[in-house]
Design a protein around this ligand. Structure first.
Ligand SMILES: Nc1ncnc2c1ncn2[C@@H]1O[C@H](COP(=O)(O)OP(=O)(O)OP(=O)(O)O)[C@@H](O)[C@H]1O
Ligand SMILES: [Mg+2]
Length: 330
């Protein structure tokens, strides 16, 4: 057990600060974000729009927009810090060890290049294989995501596939190299609900088969419940709660998580009401002092104007709330 404990985590983000320089000022997009993903573990990242989910993914892969910069913190991948690596060093990790799937399958595929070329190019870049072997790997990967007649369809162009099929192709391309970590940023938001479910099912299936670490970014708590074992809840550029998916739904310990849970129609339907979280998503140019949720929080008191630290509640459950132990009384 002691030895096992010493093994580094697949991904450990520690006290990460990522800022954007804009004409209106500095956007403090990530303000000390810490979380981890274990080997082979499906983890969810959830939080409302603008809370820093995509910026976290971009920071990990170092694909931030030009005006963005990691100011401080560590991103340990298999024990090695990625912050400060050169582009050349990151190129060996991106795609090969950490794969990314984004929301929009059309923009991720080049419309004028056939699928076989788009897939084999990536495979040949990272693996010592010839054209035929690369094509074989690509076809197998398309098979694995249930693209019918992959052997012939692989020579088609992106527009010859439906949106759902294109997203499957991206999943296939991302997983062809058997990465250790898949970062999926809202991978199905652009798809119809039924197609969403199919693509998620495919990701879930491959995650298990390939024993893949999954960092699934979504604002959909239904997807979190379906796909993940552990969740990190983001608010205003910070992680405010971390728990197993089960504990998060049964005993949320941060007022923001509670608000988030009660704002889902299917959850609050039992209580006969539909809550929306009052107040506004925080501006990250001049963010609220202390707990960033305090201006919207029904439990807030004077102390909430100071920054709460993460309190360990046991069983991997942690919350950043000054009043966590009093929430039950309300
Ligand atoms: N290039 C940029 N320049 C300035 N600010 C940016 C830039 N990119 C992101 N931001 C800001 O960083 C913050 C976090 O953005 P991010 O895209 O990570 O949100 P998100 O959680 O992914 O939201 P969504 O659910 O809408 O995708 C936001 O306040 C956003 O406005
Ligand atoms: Mg986003």
């Amino acid at each position: 057990m002691a030895l096992k404990d010493k093994k580094p985590k697949l991904l450990e983000v520690e006290d990460l600060y990522t800022y954007f320089m804009t004409e209106s000022g500095v956007v403090e997009a990530l303000d000390g974000v810490s979380f981890d993903v274990n080997y082979g573990e499906p983890v969810g990242i959830v939080g409302e729009s603008g809370c820093g989910k995509s910026v976290t993914a971009q920071s990990i892969l170092q694909i931030l927009p030009r005006n963005g910069k990691i100011m401080d913190g560590k991103i340990r991948f298999q024990g090695h810090d990625l912050v400060g690596l050169t582009d050349l060093q990151m190129n060996k990790i991106r795609g090969r060890k950490i794969a990314l799937i984004m929301q929009d399958p059309l923009s991720a595929l080049n419309p004028v290049i056939s699928i076989d070329e788009q897939m084999t190019e990536v495979i040949k870049l990272h693996q010592d294989v010839d054209d035929n072997e690369a094509l074989e790997i690509a076809i197998q990967s398309l098979d694995a995501v249930s693209i019918p007649e992959a052997e012939s369809r692989i020579f088609s162009y992106p527009h010859e596939f439906s949106g759902g099929m294109r997203q499957r192709i991206l999943v296939a391309r991302a997983l062809a190299l058997q990465p250790e970590l898949l970062v999926a940023d809202e991978p199905t938001t652009a798809l119809d609900v039924t197609i969403q479910a199919q693509v998620l099912e495919i990701i879930k299936d491959l995650q298990k088969k390939q024993d893949l670490g999954l960092m699934l970014i979504t604002h959909n708590l239904g997807v979190i419940a379906e796909m993940t074992q552990r969740v990190h809840v983001f608010y205003g550029g910070r992680v405010v709660e971390t728990a197993t998916t089960e504990d998060l739904f049964s005993t949320p310990q941060h007022p923001y998580t509670r608000a988030l849970l009660s704002s889902i129609p299917s959850f609050s339907a039992e209580k006969g009401r539909l809550e929306v979280i009052p107040g506004f998503v925080p501006q990250l140019i001049n963010p609220p002092k202390g707990c960033r949720f305090h201006p919207r929080c029904p439990w807030a008191t004077e102390i909430c104007k100071t920054k709460p630290s993460m309190v360990d509640l046991g069983n991997g459950h942690a919350t950043a709330c000054h009043h966590y132990d009093k929430l039950e009384e309300y």
